[in-house]
Design a protein around this ligand. Structure first.
Ligand SMILES: Cc1cc2nc3c(=O)[nH]c(=O)nc-3n(C[C@H](O)[C@H](O)[C@H](O)COP(=O)(O)O)c2cc1C
Length: 211
C-alpha cells in the first residue's frame, strides 16, 4: 500500500477478535519499523516490552484506565512503550552509550556534557521521551496497518498502579524507565458494532494554512 493508503486504512481499534493471534514474523516487522523511527538528536530514548498472555491480563487491570481494559485483555499483543526518565536521559551513562556511537574520547565527553545541559534546559526532560514514544507509536501503527493488522495507541495509563505492577514483576528498572504509552495489535471484525468510530477530521483548509 502507499503511505497514504496505509494511513487511510489505519484506525483506532476498540474491539479485538481474541481468537486470532498475530504471527511472530509480522510482530517482528512492526517492532523493526518502530525501531526505525527518528528521534531527536538520535538519542532513541524509547524501549518496547511485549507482554505475554498471563501478565497481559494483569497489566490490563493495573496499567490502564477502565475504558482500555477490555481491549487490552482481548488483543493478542500488548506493547508497553517505555521512555527514559529525565534523570537517566541526562546522565553520563545514557548519553555516553548513545553518543559513543558517533564520538570518541574528549569529543565524546564534550558532547555528552553539552547534550546533558541542553536536555536539562528542556521544559521537562521527562517529556522528551514521551514525545519520542509517540513517533515510535506512529511508525508501528502504520506498519501494522500495512500488514492489515489492527492497532490501538493508549495514553490513558494509571501511573501509580503501573509502578507497583512493574515492581511486583521486576519488569522495568524504574530508576531509568517509565511507561509512556501502551499499544495493542491484533485482528478485528468490522461487522462487530463499536470496533472503531467513524473517521472524523477537521477540514484540510483548517488543518493547513499555506502562505
Ligand atoms: C497519543 C494517543 C493516545 C490515545 N489514547 C487512547 C486511549 O487511551 N484509549 C483509546 O481508546 N483510544 C486512544 N487513542 C485513540 C484516539 O482516540 C483516536 O486515534 C482518535 O479518536 C481518532 O480516531 P482514529 O484513530 O480511528 O482515526 C489515542 C490516540 C493517540 C494518538
Amino acid at each position: 500500500m502507499s503511505v497514504q493508503g496505509v494511513a487511510q486504512f489505519r484506525k483506532a481499534i476498540k474491539i479485538y477478535d481474541k481468537t486470532k493471534t498475530v504471527n511472530e514474523a509480522d510482530l517482528k516487522t512492526i517492532l523493526t519499523t518502530g525501531a526505525l523511527a527518528p528521534s531527536s538528536n538520535g538519542l532513541e530514548p524509547v524501549k518496547v516490552i511485549i507482554k505475554n498472555q498471563k501478565l497481559k491480563e494483569q497489566a490490563a487491570l493495573k496499567c490502564f484506565m477502565p475504558g482500555n481494559q477490555q481491549k487490552v485483555k482481548d488483543a493478542p499483543v500488548l506493547a508497553l512503550l517505555l521512555g527514559a526518565n529525565g534523570d537517566y536521559l541526562t546522565s553520563d551513562e545514557f548519553l555516553t552509550n548513545l553518543l559513543g556511537r558517533i564520538f570518541t574520547e574528549e569529543t565524546l565527553k564534550t558532547n555528552v556534557n553539552g547534550m546533558s545541559n541542553y536536555l536539562k534546559s528542556y521544559p521537562s526532560p521527562d517529556m522528551f521521551a514521551y514525545e519520542q514514544a509517540h513517533i515510535v507509536a506512529s511508525f508501528m501503527t502504520l506498519q501494522a496497518a500495512d500488514l492489515k493488522i489492527g492497532s490501538s495507541i493508549m495514553g490513558e495509563i494509571t501511573r501509580i498502579e503501573t509502578n507497583y505492577f512493574f515492581s511486583e514483576h521486576q519488569i522495568v528498572d524504574q530508576t531509568k524507565w517509565h511507561l509512556a504509552l501502551g499499544m495493542l495489535f491484533g485482528y478485528y471484525d468490522d461487522k462487530v458494532t463499536g470496533t472503531s468510530f467513524p473517521r472524523l477530521r477537521i477540514a484540510e483548509a483548517e488543518f493547513v494554512t499555506i502562505f
